[in-house]
Design a protein around this ligand. Structure first.
Ligand code: ATP
Ligand code: MG
Length: 368
């Protein structure tokens, strides 16, 4: 079955192309064994685009990203481009994609694979079977609010200002995604803010409560202060299903949740935009949480699982291919269970394998 789904693949720099190669092998496997194929374009981003075209993202690639059903991103940056001015940095390529695709909802799952439960920073009982999803608002809040800046006062001291701004439509659209996701998962949402000390927190709580009455039927909604949420993530993380929060708290809480799972090499993410009311299409970009890891690039030792899990999310959320996503995730779980580990998740008693061998092993598992 040829699918008409359009996919733009942007491997980028460092370990990006290495981990993406393993995804392409799974895509080829799906084509051959399951007879599903996609309309795939590949483009340059970051340092790779700078070297070829003098810009971290060309207008053509940007236009492609806006036209496809989903973008699968690798990673950008590296020492070669460190000295460039801010607006020329490889990272600008990713920021431009996020901005022009208006990706306001950042999904970061924290899943603990049974075989890796001991890699967590917490005790096995606390994290075994953990499966939570942090939904971070990505385009508003204190990262963008005006006024902002640093000013020197008449007495020579300095003053710095950041402003947190949220509007009801901004809160509603991310909360709506939260309810939609919870409906497909455990049916529970924790909305997180600091309504006890912040006006944006008060508006956040009020807006989510109101939206829940009209669009949250059947969803169990809890409100929680961000400081308490941080504590609860460490004390009893399994109480959570979906956590919806603002840009700053989401940044902090998702890193906290990430450490529950063990390695950066295992963490996927998705960033979603608005749904087009006529086509039903939603802008979406999928990427591993890790960066380009220049220290291990080119050595065939990076863990490709975060990129593969990002691809599984893409299948589930953008292509409505949940069964195929489940199949890939299950195969990954089995490979880990069988003791195969890349260096970042290696423990004595398991088999340390390269990026390529991890890919080989996964394909063999999929074949079963
Ligand atoms: P960025 O600023 O792009 O997020 P960073 O400085 O946070 O990058 P990463 O590139 O994410 O750093 O990597 C941090 C370290 O984690 C790397 O130096 C590498 O050793 C390790 N690491 C990251 N990703 C992986 C992976 N997929 N497999 C194995 N190790 C990884
Ligand atoms: Mg980083």
């Amino acid at each position: 079955m040829a699918s008409n789904k359009k996919l733009l693949v942007l491997p980028g720099d460092g370990i990006g192309p290495e981990v993406m190669r393993q995804v392409r092998r799974v895509v080829d496997w799906m084509d051959k064994r399951r007879h599903v194929s996609f309309d795939i374009q590949e483009g340059l981003v970051g340092g790779a685009a700078l070297d070829a075209h003098g810009t971290p993202l060309t207008d053509e690639t940007m236009a492609d990203a806006l036209a496809v059903d989903a973008v699968l991103f690798g990673s950008v940056g590296g020492p070669k481009w460190d000295d460039l001015p801010f607006e020329k940095k490889p990272e600008r390529g990713l920021l431009r994609l996020r901005k022009e695709m208006d990706l306001f909802a950042n999904l970061r799952p924290a899943i603990v694979f049974p075989a890796l439960a001991d890699a967590s920073t917490l005790k096995r009982e606390l994290v075994e079977g953990l499966d939570i999803l942090i939904l971070r608002e990505l385009t508003g809040g204190v990262y963008f609010g005006e006024p902002r800046g640093v000013e020197t006062l008449p007495d020579g001291t300095k003053k710095a200002v950041d402003t947190q701004v949220y509007t009801t439509p901004e809160i509603e659209r991310v909360a709506r995604v939260g309810f939609d996701l919870a409906r497909k998962r455990g049916g529970k949402v924790h909305s997180v803010e600091k309504a006890n000390v912040m006006h944006t927190g008060v508006l956040w709580r009020e807006t989510v409560t109101k939206l829940h009455e009209t669009e949250g039927k059947g969803i169990e909604l809890h409100h929680m202060y961000a400081d308490n949420c941080a504590m609860q993530l460490v004390r009893n993380p399994k109480q959570f299903d979906v956590i919806v929060t603002d840009n700053l708290f989401g940044d902090i809480l998702s890193d906290c949740a990430a450490m529950l799972t063990g390695s950066l090499g295992m963490l996927p993410s998705a960033s979603l935009g608005l749904e087009d009311p006529t086509t039903g299409r939603r802008m979406a970009l999928y990427e591993p949480v890790h960066g380009s890891a220049p220290d291990i690039a080119g050595q065939d030792m990076a863990n490709p699982l975060a990129e593969l899990l990002s691809f599984a999310m893409l299948l589930r959320y953008s292509f409505d291919m949940g069964e195929d996503a489940d199949m890939i995730e299950k195969a990954i779980n089995n490979v880990l269970d069988a003791g195969f580990r890349t260096a970042d998740i290696y423990v004595p008693g398991t088999a340390k394998v390269s990026t390529t061998v991890m890919g080989d092993t996964l394909l063999r598992e999929l074949d079963k």
